[in-house]
Structures are given as C-alpha cells and as structure tokens.
Design a protein around this ligand. Structure first.
Ligand code: NAD
Length: 484
C-alpha cells in the first residue's frame, strides 16, 4: 500500500462537518493504510481546547460512526495521537505565525516532506482571509504540494461565487483548489461514468434516439432541522440544484471524454453544463415548480419551525424540466426534483428509454425499458426489461434485473474524496467553470422567482411535493417512474 504523506490543517476543527465526516474518513484511510506514519492533523477553531481534549473528540467521532468490527481501541488511540489542536481566530495574523511554527515542527517530527492540505471546514465568508494569511504568513511550503479544500456553498449566485473564487485564486493556483461536492464521492454517482463508457450497449443507446427522458430525484424525509439559519438564506435551488443535481446532470449528458482523467472528464462536464438552456422568466414559469412544506402527520409546517420567518418565501422543494442543447441530448427532457419532508429519503436516477417503435404482440402492453440507479439508500442498479410471463399463453411482465452492492465496508464519499485529494486527482472535484455555468443556469430561475411572491405552503409533509411537479411531466405525456 502506498503511503500518502501529508499535514492537514483543518479550519473549523471543532465543527459538525469535521466531527461527523472528516475524522471518520481520515481514520478509514488510516486503517486501510493510505495514511500511516507520516501524517499529522492540526485542528483549529476559536475554542480553547487542549490536544488531549481534541484527541478525545476525534476518538469519539470514530467510535460514533465507524463500524466496531473494523477497528480496535488501540488503532483509534494511535490514530488520535497524530492530532494537535491550535486555538485560532481566522482574522488574527499572530495566530497564523503560531500555526506556522507548529506546522513546521510536525512536518519535521513526522517526516512529512512539505505536503500540506488546508481544509476550510467553515463559513465561506472566511475563505478569502484564510487564503491570504496562509500565503502572506508563509504557511505554504516550497518543497511539497499545497492544496486547499473548500466546502459548499460556493457563493449564492454567479457574482458572489466569482468574487469568492478570485479571493482564493489570488493566492493559490487554480489546480491546487479542490471544491468538494460530496455527491461526486458517492459510489453510484461514480458508477455513472463506468456504466456509460464501459458498456457498448449503453454507449450506443445513450442519446436522443433511444432515451425518452431522464429523471433525477433527491428527496429527503426530514425537515429543515437545525440548519434553519442557513436554509433561510439559501433554499432548495441553491442548496441542492446548483451543485449536486447539476453535477449529476452533467455526468449523465456529457460526451465521452478522450480519456478517464481529471482534465478530459472535466472538459466534457463543463461542455454539458454550458449546453443547458438558460431560461427566460416565462420559460422558468413553464418549466420550474417551487414548493414549501405545510404540516403533516405529527410535524410542523416549514413556517412554524424554529428560527423560520412566519411568512418565509424560501422554497423547500424544486422540480424542473431541463433542456440540454447538444447533439446527443437535444429533445430529451431531464426532469429533476428535490425537497424536504417528502414521502421518503432517496437519491436516484431513472433513465427512461423509448418505447419499441411498433408492438408486434397483439393485446399486450409493452413498458419502457428503464435503467434505475439507486444512489441512496441501497446502492443498486436495476434494468427493467419486458419479459414473457412463465405461463401458458403469451403475456408480458416488467422484469427488474437488479444488482445491489452488499459490501459493508465500502469507502464512504468523504474517504474516497480525501484519498483522491492526497493523490492530486481532481476528477471528482468541481472545476470553477462548472460552478460558473451552474450558477448561470440557476440565477435565471432565482431572478424569475424573486419577481413574484409564491403562494406557500403548497405541499403536505409526507407527500412527494406539489401537484404541479406531477403536472410538469403529465403535460408531456409522462410520469415520475419513482413513485414511493
Ligand atoms: P459548524 O458551525 O459546525 O463549524 C464551524 C467551525 O468554524 C467551528 O469549528 C467554529 O469554531 C469555526 N469558526 C467559526 N468562526 C471562526 C473564527 N472567526 N475563527 C476561527 N474559527 C471559527 O459548521 P459545519 O457544519 O462544520 O460546516 C462547515 C462548512 O462546511 C460550512 O461552509 C458548511 O456550509 C459546509 N458544509 C457542512 C456540511 C455538514 O454536513 N455539516 C455539509 C456540507 C457543507
């Protein structure tokens, strides 16, 4: 196993993301041997923690999220010994000088060789100032790599995203900035490229001659929970569509990359996002639906949740019909929907193939072939075909040919992404140009919506969203394939 050497500096080391995702992901890399001896982690945040307390927090986060069959207490303790805490205010120059000394000391002690990962697990409003200080206070090394990782949200529209990007690119070269979209680390999302470009049957069918429509569903059964403050400034369009959903759309509709490497793949994703038709306000009204949940069985309406305005116009649901204007996908509607307090939690893609051009079986109904990719919760691929009933006479039924990943120890999204990061592989991170075209598409919807006050709430908690989301397909003579 090749050992990746790195010093991680995690800004926001006491935060939710660090504890729920980053520490377990680093531990899994450790137990699999991707990081071994030559690594150390400095956690920084405002709280005055000691190294001992920090190590306890790290150990607890592992005990709380990694399956007990996969580790021993000794492993957890040895791993946590690599963690150091430095209390820090991101605006205070002196703190960066202290951080630099500690980083140098750990680099020597663990023989890291100058590789640094600066993980910005905190509010994006601090990204610019952190990037500036890292550079001016010389926390970057000249004898290893220096990589910056940033989390979503990356801006709230194209203008703010551009500003944010410039504030980082001023101090770090574009190829050292890794923008996380954790959906790109999910096994079944990564499988899209494998299915499309590793199988000649799909290569030949993956276009407007054979695909009738594509449906993407990212539904949550929970409400806004403790993210009210952020959600009231974002809404489902910014929170889910601009990043996760459009990333999935780009993987499904891009042309074949010349080769499976980060540059070629990103090039095609950028082109796919550039091909999205940016709607006029009238087209937005025709092709997009927004919703906000009302009460349901035992649960409040969005407007009655804590820290939510009584007259909030924030959408907790979006459905839309996208048009991809390239040779292969022109004319194939891509229907998307995402929302909170829906009937079930699911992330899935349903690719609906066209009906047979003619039906030679008198009195027998033929269904569309469908390729379903269940991303969450099951990691399952199903191909639906028409099959003869095993009976006398000649009847047909829809037969699901399914494969479900049963491996309990599959690397989780953050583990895979951190591993890619250590190897310098940016395939599963979002390029700035992708962010740019995504915002361009989303801004057109947002600005059309901002011209009118919506009649909210307009869907019941526990349903699959407003009726208009079904009508969006019905008027095209279609329906949602996934109907929980
Ligand atoms: P959080 O509020 O739990 O943690 C924020 C961290 O920043 C804390 O460690 C806090 O001490 C530190 N901090 C705040 N102000 C500071 C200052 N002036 N100086 C030094 N440290 C300061 O937030 P989180 O949920 O961990 O999210 C972190 C980032 O990741 C955010 O950008 C968020 O949007 C993004 N994100 C989080 C999740 C998640 O699941 N939590 C998912 C996707 C993206």
């Amino acid at each position: 196993m090749r050992e990746e050497k790195a010093l991680f500096i995690i800004f926001g080391g006491t935060g939710d993301l660090a504890q729920r995702k980053l520490y377990p992901a680093l531990f899994n890399l450790y137990r699999r041997g991707h990081i071994q001896k030559s690594f150390a982690v400095i956690g920084t945040a405002r709280r005055p923690w000691t190294d001992e307390h920090y190590r306890e927090v790290v150990a607890d986060s592992i005990r709380g999220s990694v399956d007990a069959d996969f580790y021993t207490e000794a492993m957890v303790e040895n791993f946590a010994d690599h963690f150091y805490y430095q209390s820090h205010n991101v605006n205070d120059t002196e703190h960066y000088m202290i951080l630099k000394k500690l980083a140098q000391q750990l680099d020597d002690e663990y023989e890291i060789g100058g590789n640094r990962v600066f993980y910005l697990a905190m509010s994006p409003r601090f990204f610019g100032t952190i990037a500036e200080h890292l550079k001016t206070q010389k926390l970057v090394t000249d004898h290893g790599y220096n990589r910056v990782v940033v989390e979503k949200p990356f801006g709230r529209d194209l203008a703010t995203a551009t500003e944010l990007n410039q504030s980082i690119e001023k101090y770090f070269p574009a190829d050292s900035i890794f923008r996380i979209d954790h959906y790109l680390g999910k096994a079944m999302i990564q499988n899209i490229t494998a299915i499309r470009f590793g199988n000649s049957i799909f290569r030949n069918l993956w276009n407007n001659r054979y695909i009738d429509n594509i449906q993407i569903t990212l539904s949550e059964s929970l409400g806004v929970e403790e993210r009210a403050g952020y959600y009231e400034t974002a809404g489902a369009l910014r929170d889910m569509v601009q990043n996760h959903i459009l990333q999935i759309v780009s993987l499904l509709t891009m042309n074949a990359p010349v080769s499976f490497n980060d540059q070629d793949l990103r090039q095609e994703k950028i082109s796919a996002l550039k091909s999205l038709k940016v709607y006029t306000p009238d087209e937005v009204a025709h092709n997009f639906v927004r919703g906000q949940y009302g009460p349901g069985e035992g649960v409040h309406a969005y407007r009655d949740e804590d820290n939510i305005a009584d007259d909030s116009a924030i959408e907790t649901f979006v459905a839309g019909k996208l048009e991809v204007e390239n040779m292969n996908f022109a004319g194939v509607p891509v229907y998307i929907r995402t929302g909170k307090r829906l009937a079930t939690k699911a992330t899935r893609i349903d690719v609906i193939f066209k009906k047979m051009p003619t039906n030679i079986f008198p009195g027998v109904a033929l269904t569309n072939n469908v390729l379903s990719i269940d991303v969450d919760p099951n990691e399952e691929i199903t191909l639906y075909i028409n099959d003869k009933d095993y009976d006398t006479g000649f009847k047909m039924k829809q037969l699901p040919l399914a494969y479900r990943n049963q491996n309990r120890d599959c690397p989780e999204a953050y583990e895979k992404l951190l591993h890619d990061l250590l190897r310098g592989d940016a395939t599963n991170f979002t390029h700035w140009e992708e962010v740019k075209y995504s915002w361009q598409f989303v801004d057109a919807i947002r600005s059309a919506w901002d011209m009118e006050t919506p009649a909210f709430p307009n869907y019941e908690s526990g349903s699959m969203g407003p009726q208009a989301a079904d009508e969006l397909l019905a008027r095209d003579g279609k329906q949602w394939f996934f109907d929980p």
